[in-house]
Design a protein around this ligand. Structure first.
Ligand code: C2O
Ligand code: CU
Ligand code: CU
Length: 568
């Protein structure tokens, strides 16, 4: 894109939006029950009057329905991909089996249906779903694919909280999009820094009528890069009642709340007695911390490149409305008080720590001062064929993330909710003291330390992901994968118990030797779960020629037992 075109884009947007009347906030359709049908489809939306913008949506033109799920229920979700390209749907925040998680190893081909089924084990919380295919996550999310999930449970139901969806319990999905001079979304990561179109629930310049009482907002930052410093236009305090994975033990009163990509917070805003007034939920861009995407300026260090177009993006460092609230008459039975306490506990029992890991966020070939990537975790860029961490089922682990780059990164991990122990060496503030699955790690040696337990789901074959939730960074290499293995179970990675494999790593041939002679079939799968070779064993041992395999991790299954080997 040339500068002239970019300037046209910025002018185009400025003129289009100054002339715009306000738009009523779209409230995504809510679906309840245990069986869901989701169709990923092409759509179009009139963001700018008179211009139809091509989008992607789920059961509609943009975003997807809000799924309302009950803890303990088993759900089945049929996801139809009507696009002409592969995608996936990941259940962000959910504690579910790896094969149901919808990461990059679970593609949904064009025309195909994927039907994950899982039991809801999480606390009452606001979760979300979005595509997660390597190389198209950014594009598919930018084009409109994402949806919210509300999980309900008995503990939440016992509290006197607003919970009438779309009335006093309002979903807010914050995103910015890159719009070109024709009013079309530009899904090319090279121009990601031009994310100038602000959407709340897919609505530009949004307003909503809210009753004059305590109103709950379930906020999700579904932006590909941008963080927001959330606050009210009148600077009144609001109460944070929940973070990524559930409610807090008690509300935390704040006037500013930093939200990085992937994070969710539930807040209560007291609009009592304000009928007829207007107040806005703002992004106070001027309060976004140093070196966090959304602040006025982020400079590379030591000769790195600046983020393309960042300095031309008028949203950076700016204060702007995400939702204008027109306060209308209260409902018949409003919630009028903010509960003093919420749920009993939001912490893992950390009396025994089984293992500790360190993850360093670093730069790749862009040089040590790069803010544009490529980025690495523990010195390597993401590779679909490499399992970076192997975790024993049921282990309580402490992870320390250190950011060696000059830009902040929101670290996200699948499968679990964690408790933040320390942020830059300090205890986290109260609103970050509960269940989290994303933590923003500040630039220039910022650290985050968290504790979590890897329970319930072992699978030596299908990995879970951990990554930066700035999608440009995730796709730029800042992702790793882990498998959870059961050291005692038949599905675990067991070597030298039923059989042994050697050499490991291997380059040409592997030899498989049974502990007890017999007749068995052998299958070898690659990291995506595809069977790449089968053989039989009669007696004690056999040898397999693997010289044609590409380098990476492979899984050998003999009978009910799976073991891992590495092809060099
Ligand atoms: Cu929101 Cu790996 O995902
Ligand atoms: Cu996730
Ligand atoms: Cu990042």
């Amino acid at each position: 894109m040339q500068t002239s075109k970019i300037l046209t884009t910025i002018l185009f947007l400025a003129s289009a939006f100054s002339a715009l009347a306000q738009n009523q906030l779209l409230i995504p359709v809510a679906l309840t029950g245990t069986n869901f049908d989701l169709t990923i489809q092409n759509g179009e939306v009139e963001f700018v009057p008179g211009v139809m913008t091509s989008t992607l949506g789920i059961n509609g033109n943009i975003l997807g329905p809000t799924l309302i799920l009950e803890k303990g229920e088993t759900v089945e979700i049929d996801i139809h991909n009507t696009l002409d390209e592969i995608t996936t749907i990941h259940w962000h925040g959910f504690h579910i089996p790896a094969e149901m998680d919808g990461g990059p190893h679970t593609p949904i081909a064009p025309g195909e249906t994927w039907s994950p089924t899982f039991t809801i084990l999480d606390h009452a919380a606001t979760m979300w779903y979005h595509p997660h295919l390597m190389h198209t996550t950014y594009k598919h999310v930018m084009m409109g694919l994402a949806g919210l999930v509300i999980i309900k449970d008995a503990e939440e139901a016992a509290l006197n909280l607003p919970r009438t969806y779309g009335v006093d319990d309002i979903p807010l999905v914050f995103q910015t999009k890159v719009i070109d001079e024709n009013g079309q979304i530009n899904p090319d990561m090279d121009v990601a820094g031009l994310d100038t179109l602000v959407l709340t629930n897919g609505t530009p310049d949004a307003y909503f009528d809210c009753p004059a009482q305590i109103v709950r907002f379930r906020m999700l930052n579904a932006s590909s890069e941008r963080s927001y410093s959330i606050g009210l236009s009148n600077n009144a305090p609001f109460s944070v009642i929940g973070s990524d994975g559930g409610l807090l033990t008690s509300p935390a009163s704040l006037t500013r709340l930093l939200m990085s990509p992937g994070e969710r917070y539930e807040i209560l805003v007291d609009l009592s007695g304000m009928e007829g007034e207007t107040v806005s939920i703002m992004n106070h861009g001027s309060d976004i911390p140093f070196r966090v995407y959304g602040t006025e300026s982020i400079l590379p260090m030591g000769g790195g490149d600046p983020i393309p177009y960042y300095d031309q993006n008028h949203l950076n460092g700016a204060n702007f409305s995400l939702l204008d609230i027109n306060v209308v008459a209260p409902t018949e039975s409003p919630v009028t008080e903010i509960p003093a306490t919420l749920v009993a506990s939001t912490s893992w029992d950390t009396s025994v720590i089984d293992n500790e890991r360190s993850i360093s966020m670093g730069t790749g070939s862009g040089g040590p001062g790069s803010i544009t990537g490529p980025f690495m975790l523990n010195g390597v860029e993401f590779d679909m064929n490499v399992i970076n961490e192997v975790i024993d089922l049921d282990d309580m682990e402490v992870w320390t993330i250190t950011n060696q780059t000059p830009i902040a990164h929101p670290f996200h991990i699948h499968d679990i909710q964690f408790n933040i122990l320390e942020l830059n060496g300090q205890a986290p503030p109260p609103h970050m003291g509960g269940w989290k699955d994303v933590v923003l790690v500040s630039a220039q040696m910022g650290t985050a330390k968290f504790v979590t337990r890897f329970e319930d789901f072992a699978d030596p074959v299908v990995p879970y992901m951990y990554h930066c939730h700035i999608l440009v960074h995730e796709e730029g290499g800042m992702m790793g994968q882990f498998v959870v293995v059961d050291p005692n179970g038949i599905n675990g990675v067991i070597e030298n118990e039923e059989f042994s494999i050697y050499p490991n790593p291997a380059s040409d041939n592997i030899k498989i030797e049974l502990i007890n002679a017999g007749e068995e079939t052998i299958s070898v799968r690659d990291i995506s779960g595809r069977i790449v070779m089968t053989s039989n064993i009669f007696g004690v041992s056999t040898s397999m020629d693997i010289s044609s395999f590409t380098a990476g991790v492979y899984f050998v299954t003999v009978g009910n037992t799976t073991a891992r080997f590495i092809k060099e």
